[in-house]
Design a protein around this ligand. Structure first.
Ligand code: NAD
Length: 283
């Protein structure tokens, strides 16, 4: 069993990106909007801003109170979107319950949508177009699989979880790579899920359910990618995979932490640079 070391690869990607950004004719900028006091969101935003700094991306941070109105949130997004120094805009989710999140996200044009969440970017991904800004977690998983030279063409992949930000774009990416993908979700019959997993070359789990993937579901030699992040009672992090029992069966597996998480942030930085290069080409 070998670990798919996302921490190591993300550090390499960031170092390479820092060189490209240094050589870029103008500063590359990322706008980040955080609304409210959710502690996890505050940590995510802090990490993203620190990551920007580490590779020379200028961050433009806007913070609004939990009580901000729809109009105030939309105004802040539009200010970031309309700033020519800002090449990518991200709104940290979740937004407070009284805010219509979809209406806010709709204000981000596809060319500045570095999270890859807009219908236009999902459509471009479905069409396998090179100018798609691809959702960061699936893009990070693909980069990790490629780095470890794990073949995808013709391989049987089970994607567990079909969220708009992980499972669906991951399924599209894998289809584009020539894999045979089965996308499963909470309505999938658990016995069928187990049977599918037992014949899979690669299993990707993004459900938000700790230890959902157990050893009896995994074929010896399979590759397992764990997207989940949970805080255990003793304060440690774990994923959606029963790592202790599954890992010995696998050929490759992502650890939690240090697998998919750091790759997600690295891809946000890559998308911001890609958005800046596309803006420069249009200018
Ligand atoms: P989500 O809640 O939006 O979607 C979960 C998906 O899992 C749904 O499609 C649901 O149908 C499916 N599911 C739930 N229970 C299931 C079951 N028993 N069997 C089969 N499918 C089941 O979640 P999400 O936003 O995709 O996130 C999933 C997990 O990944 C969470 O733990 C989240 O914190 C984590 N996450 C990590 C990163 C990262 O960078 N590492 C990024 C995004 C999300």
């Amino acid at each position: 069993m070998e670990l798919l070391n996302g921490k190591l690869l993300s550090e390499r990607i960031r170092a390479e990106l820092a060189e490209k950004i240094k050589a870029f004719p103008k500063p590359v900028g990322l706008g980040v909007l955080l609304v409210g006091n959710d502690p996890a969101s505050a940590v995510y935003v802090r990490n993203k801003i620190a990551a920007c700094k580490s590779c020379g991306i200028v961050s433009f941070e806007r913070r609004l109170a939990e009580t901000a109105t729809q109009a105030e949130v939309e105004k802040a997004v539009l200010e970031l979107v309309n700033d020519p120094a800002v090449h990518g805009v991200l709104v940290q989710l979740p937004l407070p319950a009284h805010i219509h999140a979809e209406a806010v996200l709709r204000l981000i044009p596809a060319e500045k949508d570095v999270d890859g969440f807009t219908p236009a970017n999902i459509g471009k991904l479905a069409l396998n177009r090179e100018d798609a800004l691809i959702a960061c977690t699936p893009a990070g998983i693909l980069a990790l699989l490629r780095f470890y030279r794990i073949p995808l063409r013709g391989k049987k992949v089970v994607m567990i979880g079909t969220s708009n930000i992980v499972g669906k774009p991951m399924t599209l990416l894998l289809m584009n790579e020539g894999a045979t993908v089965t996308a499963c979700q909470s309505k999938t019959d658990p016995l069928y899920l187990k049977a599918l997993c037992r014949t899979a070359d690669i299993i990707i789990v993004a459900t938000g359910k700790p230890k959902l993937l157990t050893a009896d579901m995994v074929n010896p030699g399979a590759v397992v990618v764990d997207v989940g992040i949970h805080r255990t009672e003793d304060g440690k992090l774990c994923g959606d995979v029963d790592f202790a029992n599954v890992a010995p069966l696998t050929s490759f597996i992502t650890p939690v932490p240090g697998g998919v998480g750091p790759m997600t942030i690295a891809m946000l930085l890559c998308n911001t640079y890609l958005a800046a290069t596309m803006a420069e080409a249009r200018a």
